[in-house]
Write a new protein. Structure first.
Length: 141
């Protein structure tokens, strides 16, 4: 059995004086005073989490540019998106506070080119109103 005892780990015996000295050192390290952190209100950070699954593109038209003066912005969105998801996506992506969201389903239209007839695809768009004083930069200058 002497061969197997070689592989066993031996416990180190430490004196009680060493243990008390180590504990005193730990207490001294813990009692170090740290400067107090001042809480500053943070602005909403821009983060593009899952907004790419909800928002397609901004809808840039003459009417949309007129509505932008009234803090309303128009976006094309995916058909399965709802108001809550659109609001969260806009707030995360642009860092603004959204007050209301309106959704419009634009139906597909029948179009003809000579004898050939087809359909122009429909889409879903959202009109988003932001809080007064906050703006979304859709077209970079």
């Amino acid at each position: 059995m002497a061969i197997l005892e070689v592989f066993k780990k031996r416990k180190k015996k430490s004196s009680p004086a060493k243990i008390t000295k180590e504990r005193e050192k730990e207490k001294k390290e813990v009692n170090i005073e740290r400067p107090r952190e001042v809480s500053v209100p943070k602005l909403k950070e821009k983060k593009a989490g899952f907004s790419w699954k909800i928002l397609k593109t901004p809808h840039v038209t003459e009417k949309a540019s007129d509505l932008a003066e009234k803090n309303q912005y128009i976006f094309k969105v995916f058909p399965q998106a709802n108001k809550v998801q659109i609001k969260k996506a806009i707030e995360d992506l642009f860092g603004v506070e959204v007050t209301s969201v309106k959704i419009i389903n634009v139906l597909s239209k029948k179009r003809r080119l000579g004898r050939i007839s087809g359909f122009k695809p429909g889409y879903k768009k959202a009109i988003v109103r932001t809080k007064e004083g906050q703006k979304i930069e859709i077209m970079p200058r």
